[in-house]
Design a protein around this ligand. Structure first.
Ligand SMILES: Nc1nc2c(c(=O)[nH]1)N[C@H]1C(S)=C(S)[C@@H](COP(=O)(O)OP(=O)(O)OC[C@H]3O[C@@H](n4cnc5c(N)ncnc54)[C@H](O)[C@@H]3O)O[C@H]1N2
Ligand code: MOO
Length: 394
């Protein structure tokens, strides 16, 4: 059976970032940059006050001063300070020429004759409360590199730098097809032998969080022709995902349906637990991933393989950093499959949950980490260091 590493490199090996397109800032969130963002100007574009107070010349301390005007954000004072003069200034306003220090208003009082006088400690140093021009960035600086995922702060930085339309990779469009005679949609009463098809919403949300747009193709019965028809209909997507029907039972028909739909199967079954019956293939230009039916297996295969594929197609470089923590309990030797145990991690401690069956969604919900055990790992003692994958952003 294929190892985790070989399976991942075969899935990613065939994948290229989707073409770039220009998008407004409002639509660019979560996308990945296809061109860098360079600053069109200095930020701030002028020396700006960081506080409400008075702009003065350091050499005039300790005052008093004569107020000659006001500088507010968006309404700068146009003149220059001469000896003994001050300008009332507000946060974000340009600092007038010749002023080199701002004294906060709490430290100033207007005296009887209208003179502004220092009360309190005064400014700590020359330049106090002034943000130099270019304090955040200078014109021409590369602020965001190609391959950067546009988080909320990255969007604000691009906007601040003067970019209104950004070159980003088109997000992958994904079709999800659930298979199984036993499945009913959420909210529908289940008949005898039926259960609610719960995995579709989970997989869709995992993929959306990775940057994809998702079309839910609903539930298809365990019928080769019906599954093949659904797969063919979905083939215009960048990635087609099925859930269930991936194993060896008489009603596990996804591989046959794939062949009937004209797809090429790249691999079937890999040495991981849970998730062994994973299928990977190509359907014309579409990628195909057949997830195992057990919900935890489907979740973990999505996290390990579909999310990195979505990142690659989106133009971002997928990287799964394993982290380390110390076991709270001993673990037996591992078998031949890379194991992914649902666990709770806190600081440098990690505790596997007692429920490790691949149908147990409750345990999956309680877990914030997957302990990764390599094939044939030796038994581990409490206190031993193990690798884990955090699940916070999965
Ligand atoms: N003789 C063998 N039996 C099984 C093997 C094996 O190697 N030999 N592998 C087991 C493993 S491992 C897994 S994982 C499962 C996966 O099988 P399938 O991909 O064929 O999944 P199904 O049989 O269709 O379903 C399994 C289980 O999951 C439920 N299910 C399916 N879809 C959904 C959904 N959308 N939402 C919620 N639950 C779903 C389904 O009702 C079944 O209970 O096979 C083992 N068997
Ligand atoms: O691998 Mo199955 O995915 O053990 O439950």
């Amino acid at each position: 059976m294929l190892s985790y590493e070989d399976a991942l490199s075969r899935i990613l090996g065939a994948a290229q970032p989707l073409p770039a397109e220009r998008t407004s800032l409002a639509n660019a969130g979560g996308r990945t940059l296809a061109e860098p963002i360079l600053a069109a100007f200095d930020q701030p574009p002028f020396r700006a006050s960081a506080m409400d107070g008075y702009a003065v010349r350091w050499s005039d301390l300790p005052g008093p001063w004569r107020q000659i005007g006001e500088s507010a954000a968006g309404k700068p004072f146009r003149g220059t300070l001469k000896a003994g003069e001050t300008v009332r200034i507000f946060t974000g306003a340009p600092v007038p020429e010749a002023a080199d220090t701002v004294i906060i208003q709490e430290d100033m009082e207007t005296g009887a004759g209208g003179a502004v006088e220092l009360h309190g400690d005064g400014p700590p140093a020359i330049g106090a409360h002034i943000r130099p021009r270019g304090n955040d960035f200078n014109a021409g600086a590369t602020l965001l590199e190609v391959g950067t995922r546009l988080t909320p702060p990255a969007l604000a930085l691009a906007a601040a730098a003067g970019a209104a339309h950004l070159a980003t990779h088109r997000p992958p469009r994904i079709a999800i097809i659930a298979t199984g005679d036993e499945l009913v949609p959420p909210g529908t009463p289940a008949g005898p032998g039926q259960i609610v098809g719960s995995s579709g919403v989970m997989i869709a949300e995992q993929l959306r969080r990775a940057g994809a747009t998702v079309d839910d193709f609903g539930i298809v019965p365990d019928d080769r022709t019906a599954i093949a028809t659904a797969i063919s209909k979905a083939a215009g997507h960048d990635l087609v995902i099925t859930i269930g029907g991936a194993s060896v039972g008489d009603h596990d028909l996804v591989k046959d349906a794939l062949a009937a739909a004209g797809a090429e199967i790249d691999f079937w079954r890999i040495a991981i637990r849970p998730g062994k019956p994973l299928i990977h293939g190509r359907l014309g230009s579409a990628h195909f991933i057949g997830l195992p039916g057990n919900p935890v297996s489907a979740f973990i295969c999505t996290r390990l393989f579909a999310v990195p594929l979505v990142l690659r197609l989106s133009g971002a470089e997928p990287r799964d950093h394993l982290r380390t923590a110390r076991l709270t309990v001993p673990l037996p030797p591992n078998g031949g499959r890379r194991d992914h145990m649902r666990a709770v991690q806190s600081d440098d401690r990690i505790a596997p949950l007692s429920m490790q069956d691949s149908s147990q969604l409750r345990a999956l919900t309680q877990a914030n980490a997957l302990i990764v055990r390599e094939p044939h790992a030796h038994a581990a003692e409490a206190g031993d260091t193990v690798h884990f994958i955090p699940l916070d952003s999965a």
